[in-house]
Design a protein around this ligand. Structure first.
Ligand SMILES: NC(=O)c1ccc[n+]([C@@H]2O[C@H](COP(=O)([O-])OP(=O)(O)OC[C@H]3O[C@@H](n4cnc5c(N)ncnc54)[C@H](OP(=O)(O)O)[C@@H]3O)[C@@H](O)[C@H]2O)c1
Length: 329
């Protein structure tokens, strides 16, 4: 793929609008070619304002000549169907997390893309957060890693579909906790082998809004995950606890803190940058250079499998293995 890649964007809601804005402001190697959303009036008006193609039905958008790659920023229940249609049309995909509602759906998507030789990138955006990249680069400083503590707290959700298991697949764990599950693999390079979890519905009626989980990794490290949407205010923090010291990343303040003995050193703020810009740039660069995307469909599948293990563990009230489905090579 050469020249500027025409992106077809499905979904122009809270997060899709960020994609649109960044693309319109200019991302090297790609441009916004067409958009799709359910609200035809709003979609048409937006497209006219910016000289874009508006395609009400995403099934048509993925086959448009102007659309060379597809970005999917819809409620995740649509991801599977859109992915399979785009793969059939031979269009590379960037899909927002969670990749799918279930492990079976994620596996089908990854398999279809692989068999068709179509690039599939999962937008696990936290991997592109500068302070977390810095933490990863400095992780060896803590000495042998004993455990990780990862927390994410957010305000009560704005969307009704988030309390609908058919639309969201799960609660806060699958919706935003999936960022932390993926980070465990990104930061440690190890795979989760076992999970235990406790889920609560404090203000929700159908899906959890508070999740506590513990993973055992293939390298013996333990990871403790806390996710909720019950608080006022937000927090995202990762703590790496090692024998030589501790590193703490405060994502909202973009600060890394080093603790050694009684000494606490706050690093300079790591310059922050919207992660969607980095995700789009990386996607376009990988397609142009014909190299594999850095956060693959398999990565998205593995994060969904970790969430799935938590749901099983919570239901069964005991530790369960994290099952990654395999398929013929
Ligand atoms: N990585 C991150 O940090 C991050 C942050 C936020 C969200 N997300 C993810 O992004 C996705 C979208 O979240 P959101 O907050 O943007 O949700 P949202 O505000 O509800 O937006 C969903 C969008 O999908 C569109 N849509 C729904 N059904 C459609 C259909 N059949 N055809 C075409 N468009 C359709 C909606 O169109 P209408 O508006 O016209 O109804 C809307 O524009 C979710 O997967 C979420 O997990 C990721």
């Amino acid at each position: 793929m050469s020249g500027s890649i025409g992106i077809g964007l499905v979904g122009l809601g809270r997060h899709g609008s960020r994609y649109a804005q960044h693309l319109l402001e200019g991302i090297p190697g790609c441009h916004l070619a067409a958009v799709s959303r359910r609200d035809v009036g709003a979609g048409r008006a937006f497209a006219e304002r910016h000289g874009l193609l508006f395609v009400p039905d995403w099934r048509e958008l993925v086959t448009c000549e102007e659309v060379e790659a597809v970005a999917v920023v819809t409620p995740p229940a649509l991801n599977r169907e859109i992915c399979l249609a785009a793969v059939r049309a031979g269009k590379p995909l960037l899909i927002e997390k969670p990749l799918a509602l279930t492990v079976a759906d994620a596996r089908e998507m990854v398999r279809a893309a692989r068999e068709a030789g179509v690039a599939l990138m999962t937008a696990q955006t936290l991997r592109f957060t500068p302070v977390l990249v810095r933490l990863r680069d400095c992780l060896a400083d803590v000495g042998p890693l004993e455990y990780l503590v990862l927390a994410m707290r957010a305000d009560r959700p704005p969307h009704r579909w988030l309390d609908d298991p058919g639309q969201a697949g799960g609660g806060v764990l699958l919706e935003i906790g999936i960022h932390l599950l993926d980070l465990i693999r990104f930061l440690t390079g190890a795979e989760a082998v076992e999970a235990v979890a406790d889920l609560e519905q404090r203000h929700t009626t159908r899906v959890e809004d508070l999740a506590l989980a513990r993973f055992r990794l293939s390298n013996g490290v333990s990871c403790y995950v806390e996710v909720s949407r019950v608080s006022g205010g937000r927090l995202c923090r990762v703590e790496a606890v090692g024998r030589a010291g501790q590193l703490i990343a405060d994502v909202d303040r973009s600060l890394l803190t080093w603790i050694e003995g009684r000494m606490v050193t706050e690093t300079e703020a790591v310059p922050d940058r919207p992660t969607v810009i980095a995700v789009l740039e990386t996607f376009a660069k990988s397609l142009s250079a014909r190299v594999p995307v850095p956060v693959s469909g398999e990565d998205g599948l593995r994060a969904v499998a970790m969430a799935d293990a938590c749901y099983r563990a919570a239901r069964e009230g005991r530790p369960v293995p994290v099952v990654i489905p395999s398929w013929p090579a």
